[in-house]
Design a protein. Structure first.
Ligand code: ADP
Ligand code: MG
Length: 370
């Protein structure tokens, strides 16, 4: 019987997993190098150590019945050591840590990605410079490993941008991909959970608005036609089975020419699924815990339209709870607010998406004024 769950990573996702797991009666041990991490306040115990500390990983292994990760940059050696108790598997981590492996796996599953090429010693940056001289298109260069929230990404609109990247940011020891920048119609995402018994549960599709490549709002239900809704649900089920998923994946999609293109995968609950905390019969965090503990998955039905609004470090005004007390708010107890850092989120619940959006625009404008 599972009594204690270990979480690798103590950020907001670990914290919200821990809340859900505690409500279900489990004990939580979190491994994170920072003693003041958001999960620390919820967990029964923290092992304070780096993610590549083998002794700490063994300690976690010995104290827990099952282990999960809340982010993809956990050390692979550590994940390998924990394998027996890690239902999500180190293989899924390996794939989602590296954009090249991830895109290959998406294609192996018969799904589309944007056109991309790998930049490495054999296919150097210099080659791409020539290509772009001849056929100027917009592109994004992304490091293969380690980026999040638009970090380690460089938008290339002209040869000048290219040269700037070459001079200021390019590191020949790092692998990059260069992908076509596409003018998508919409960005949407779908969170899907699956347990060892192969039961699959898919959450309603979210429409995502990014600002500076960071998620700003998720709108649910997504304002896309029924055919796109259906396609996204089928794609999620297909990918979960293809990956033999145990746990959760979030699939970020571009809607482009009425088709779905997979942008990236996250092997865990996702920011665009935070709306489920207030708007669905089951939250993505409870469902994730159920999936890794091989419990039956619960109903994911949407109870109400919702807009989720992220609160970043620079959104000081929104940190004043007087302004948001009529909405469901979630703060992560992070001690330092930095620009672009996710500090919390608000779930706005109203009878229609339009009403939710009117309120979120009000909050965004209020924030601009201050
Ligand atoms: P991460 O979320 O890991 O930082 P993403 O690849 O999801 O990286 O990029 C962040 C955001 O940048 C996307 O959600 C999207 O808004 C934009 N973006 C990324 N790649 C492309 C692309 N090829 N074309 C258009 N927009 C893109
Ligand atoms: Mg992304």
């Amino acid at each position: 019987m599972i009594q204690t769950i270990g979480i690798l990573g103590g950020g907001q996702l670990g914290r919200m997993m821990a809340f859900a797991a505690k409500a279900m009666g489990y004990k939580i041990i979190v491994l994170d190098p920072n003693l003041n991490c958001p999960t620390n306040k919820i967990a029964d115990k923290q092992i304070v150590a780096n993610y590549n500390n083998i002794d700490a990983a063994k300690e976690l292994y010995n104290c827990c019945d099952v282990i999960t990760y809340e982010f993809e940059n956990v050390d692979l050696n550590v994940a390998n050591i924990l394998e027996v108790k890690l239902p999500q598997t180190s293989r899924l981590l390996e794939i989602t840590q590296n954009r090249i492996l991830e895109k290959q796996e998406i294609k192996n599953g018969g799904l589309k990605t944007v056109h991309y090429e790998i930049v490495n010693n054999a296919n150097t940056l210099e080659n791409f410079k020539h290509k772009y001289f001849q056929n100027p298109t917009q592109a994004i260069i992304k490091s293969a490993i380690g980026g999040y929230d638009g970090k380690s990404q460089f938008k290339i609109k002209s040869i000048k941008d290219f040269e700037k990247f070459e001079q200021e940011s390019y590191d020949e020891n790092i692998q990059y991909i260069i992908e076509d920048f596409i003018e998508f119609e919409k960005e949407i995402s779908v969170v899907v959970c699956r347990n060892k018994n192969k039961q699959v549960a898919i959450f309603p599709i979210a429409e995502n608005i990014h600002k500076n490549q960071i998620l700003q709002q998720s709108i649910v239900p997504a304002r896309v036609n029924n055919a796109i809704h259906e396609k996204a649900i089928q794609l999620a089920e297909h990918l979960a089975n293809h990956l033999n998923l145990i746990g959760t994946i979030a699939i970020e999609l571009f809607v482009y020419n009425d088709e779905l293109i997979v942008n990236e995968l996250a092997p865990r609950p996702h920011n665009s699924g935070h709306y489920t905390l207030n708007a669905c019969l089951t939250s993505q965090f409870e469902q994730h815990i159920r999936a890794i503990c091989n419990l039956p998955l619960r109903d994911t039905s949407l109870v109400s339209p919702c807009v989720m609004l992220n609160i970043l470090g620079e959104d000081n005004y929104l940190l004043n709870t007087d302004n948001i007390k009529e909405f469901a708010y979630h703060f992560y107890e992070k001690e330092v607010a930095r620009v672009g850092r996710k500090m919390g989120h608000i779930n706005i619940i109203k009878n229609s998406v339009e009403e939710c959006l009117t309120l979120s625009s009000k909050l965004i404008n209020l924030n601009k004024l201050n």
